[in-house]
Design a binder for this molecule. Structure first.
Ligand SMILES: [Zn+2]
Length: 476
């Protein structure tokens, strides 16, 4: 059966990009649409997003945020208000120039992000310190006209949430910025079993219009990095551009301090590339739409299907359980649910029924165990928990094994040629060095990790005194 599979999916080590494309389509996560760079998210792909969204939405509400919805269109003049922001987004916006046959007086942008809309609204509704803080979030789609695209990782349109908050002070805004970064880190580590590296972006890599940008960076199976969530502190820059002021307790006019933060369908790309293997997708139990798939064996024999359906109902109380009672062969079903990464397969046939037992097979390790019926309610949740933890630890080990420390530019280049990963190196803080490193190696600065190490005295690029340890990588 293993052999049959290899025919379907390109081996990861042979061609990782092709492997990825095979998995997203064969696990039935997406289909391509007739618009270049746009994807159709299929029911299984959307179910994954739904679960991620529900976990995150719960956390956003627990931290005091309210959901709103902003319009899809932004007038050109509104986008122009904050200079850095418009400069950052202008090359990749989609324009609406006509309504029906009529040319519009003012062009509209299809939102690439909604800072400007929130700012305009906040200027209207915030007047006094009593109106603060405002903790709004929206779940929406955004459009960015990307030149090269890949399902989930870079598409013309993607789904996300964008939080936009306004605060009385810079301290509160900073606290919020880091709080939300930590919420993203929690979703990644606790639900998606993906370890994250937390840090601050350099000036070059920060968000257009932000004072500071923080990120969680994750490492994929092939040693490339993926920016998996960002949180920005805007200071009062946007407030000055949009005139968002409030009367403080002393009756003085003050500008608000703002944040924004976003988490997107991109994370499904990370899920695939962190946990997947040559047999397809591997989904961590906590986020899996189906945690256990029951596959009846010799289901035409009397009593087998009834027994399997009873099991589904019984175990539905301790896990998300599904059953495939179609007339396809068990071998086909095994392949199909391995491809989809369903964490546990439960096999039950006439012999098992006779012996009061079932077989549980783990997707991640391939391990199969026989479990007595009366122990299932205990053993099954324990197995799911174990898979969750094992997946996280495996990903963490992989990241540790592929994190390298270098002290010279030559060693940096040699490392990238030998094996990609996170590369820790010292940097002087000058953008010219950052540019040069990118130009000569293709690696970008991923972040200045919160946990700094003192690797050497000087910048690897220019040999001037070093300011920060930066983690570099080639990235998606
Ligand atoms: Zn330098």
């Amino acid at each position: 059966m293993a052999k049959q599979f290899v025919k379907d999916v390109t081996a990861m080590d042979e061609d990782f990009a092709q492997w990825y494309t095979d998995v997203v389509t064969k696990a039935d996560l997406i289909d391509y649409s007739s618009v270049r760079g746009s994807m159709i998210i299929r029911p299984y792909g959307y179910a994954l997003w739904d679960n991620i969204k529900n976990e995150l939405d719960t956390k956003l509400k627990e931290t005091g945020h309210e959901n709103v919805y902003m319009p899809l269109f932004i007038p050109e003049s509104l986008l122009q208000k904050e200079k850095d922001h418009v400069k950052g987004f202008a090359p990749e916006v989609a324009w609406v120039t006509h309504g029906g046959d009529e040319k519009l007086q003012e062009r509209l942008v299809v939102r690439p992000t909604s800072e400007t809309l929130f700012c305009e609204h906040y200027a209207n509704i915030i007047h006094s310190y009593r109106d603060l803080p405002k903790l709004y979030n929206q779940w929406a789609n955004v459009v960015r006209w990307e030149k090269t695209t890949r399902p989930f990782l870079r598409t013309l349109e993607f789904l996300w949430q964008e939080g936009h908050t306004a605060h009385a002070t810079q301290e509160e805004a900073q606290e919020e910025t880091l709080r939300m970064l930590n919420v993203y880190a929690q979703i990644c580590e606790e639900y998606l079993a993906i370890p994250v590296l937390k840090g601050q972006k350099t000036e070059k890599e920060k968000f257009a219009g932000a004072e500071s940008t923080y990120t969680i960076e994750t490492l994929m199976h092939d040693g490339k990095a993926l920016q998996s969530g960002t949180s920005h502190n805007f200071g009062d820059g946007f407030a000055r551009a949009f005139d968002i002021k409030y009367l403080d307790k002393e009756g003085k006019q003050q500008f608000v301090h703002q944040t924004s933060w976003g988490f997107t369908t991109r994370i499904i790309g990370a899920l695939i590339m962190v946990h997947g293997d040559d047999r397809g997708l591997v989904v961590p139990p906590r986020i899996a739409p189906t945690q256990v798939m029951i596959v009846p064996i010799a289901q035409h024999k009397e009593g087998v299907l009834d027994f399997a359906y009873d099991l589904k109902e019984r175990l539905g109380k301790v896990a998300r359980v599904n059953i495939d009672a179609s007339d396809k062969k068990p071998g086909w079903k095994f392949n199909e649910y391995e491809m989809k990464g369903i964490p546990v397969r439960l096999e039950v046939g006439p012999k098992d029924i006779e012996n009061n037992q079932v077989v549980l097979a783990r997707r991640d390790s391939g391990e199969k165990i026989i479990v007595p019926l009366n122990e299932l309610e205990v053993k099954l949740p324990a197995m799911l928990e174990e898979i969750q933890n094992d997946l996280y630890n495996k990903a963490l080990n992989h990241r540790e094994e592929n994190t390298f420390t270098v002290q010279t530019f030559d060693a940096f280049k040699a490392q990238l040629e030998e094996r990609q990963g996170f590369i820790k190196a010292m940097w002087c803080g000058d953008q010219a060095c950052e540019d040069k490193i990118k130009e000569e190696t293709g690696a970008t600065s991923r972040c200045m990790p919160f946990e700094q190490e003192h690797i050497s005295e000087t910048c690897i690029c220019c040999s001037k005194p070093a300011e920060k340890m930066v983690v570099w990588a080639k990235a998606y």
